[in-house]
Design a protein around this ligand. Sequence first.
Ligand SMILES: Cc1cc2nc3c(=O)[nH]c(=O)nc-3n(C[C@H](O)[C@H](O)[C@H](O)COP(=O)(O)OP(=O)(O)OC[C@H]3O[C@@H](n4cnc5c(N)ncnc54)[C@H](O)[C@@H]3O)c2cc1C
Length: 355
Amino acid sequence: MSERHQVTMDRAQRWLKENTKRYAFKKLEKDIIQPGVCVECGSCVESCPADALTGDLSSGKYVPTLTGNCTSCGVCYAMCPRTYPLWTDVAGHFRSIWKARSTGEHRKQDGGVVTALLGYMLDHDLIDAAVVACRGDSKPWMPEARLVEDAKLLSDCGGTIYSHASVVGKMMEGFKNGALSVAVVGTSCDIDAVERMKQHPAGYLSVDRRRSVFSIGLFCMESFEYPKLKAWLKSQEVDIDEISRFEISGGKFRVRTPKTEHEWPVSELDSAASTSCAYCHDLTSMNADLSCGNIGSEEGFTTVIVRTVAGEQVLQEAVQEGRIEAELTDPKSLGTIQNVARSKRYKYYGMKPKH
Ligand SMILES: Cc1cc2nc3c(=O)[nH]c(=O)nc-3n(C[C@H](O)[C@H](O)[C@H](O)COP(=O)(O)OP(=O)(O)OC[C@H]3O[C@@H](n4cnc5c(N)ncnc54)[C@H](O)[C@@H]3O)c2cc1C
């Protein structure tokens, strides 16, 4: 090994030690090699500073294999093109991350921050309307996208409905009717649709620069198809129309009715999940101005990831006006968000057909 190569290896290991969690080869094997996600590029084997890996060709394909002593330096995992070791890989760029809650009566789900922020923006004419998802009249847990122009009407629409809502369609309806500036709340798939309209040369928001969208993305592990969710709950002897609250946290799916509470591991509901979720990699709505969820904060608070200058301004102004209380999160919370975001990416790998 040349001296220069050794210096490069040492510097790479030092950077990983100082800046990230380091994963041993065992983790690469579990996440990438065993599920058949390895691209056989040889990057892990040839980057190993301990020379502990070999590309085993005996099966007719190149299989990275531990043949020496793994020092858990993390280089193999970091250099694999199919892993997501960095925060930016799994949860995107951000300016700051807050644990926050509304000071008003909005706390239907977590800290009620989303509703409080929309209220602030409507009251100060920063937007013409907000697009939210509300409970339907006849089927309460089938979401109905709504365009709200008066902050007083937002209180009908707080809380989480765990099925897709056509919020982007409703946003377009607002633009067709003359709105110029709209705030949209949605999961990462909704926010990606807005981003497409901003970035594509033929996109509505790219062609007409007078229109603007402020986006509040919701963390989302998965969403459910309403008919399948209803049927699944029925199989558990729970009538969906009697549920007053749904919640997913800590890997558990919880529902509350006026008389009972039920809890199941989220994985038990896989059959009711929206098929489109198998193609989603993004837990935290990486393209939003602000991303909100409960992961990383204790009960009763919303975690808010600030990604843009516009997002920062709105949050700070709402805090200054006393509508929201907020404090910066600690590194442990960041680690928790990162771990869940990474597990969402690898869940996608697990759903792919095995060859
Ligand atoms: C399908 C789904 C899955 C989620 N999964 C997770 C998760 O795994 N982990 C996590 O930490 N957080 C998840 N969240 C986000 C979380 O449930 C809260 O919405 C978030 O923490 C904000 O809470 P809040 O009290 O500040 O919001 P609130 O002030 O209660 O406001 C909630 C806002 O969300 C809107 N909304 C509700 N349902 C939908 C919907 N289906 N589509 C679009 N907008 C909607 C409402 O209109 C309202 O504006 C999920 C949200 C959804 C919609």
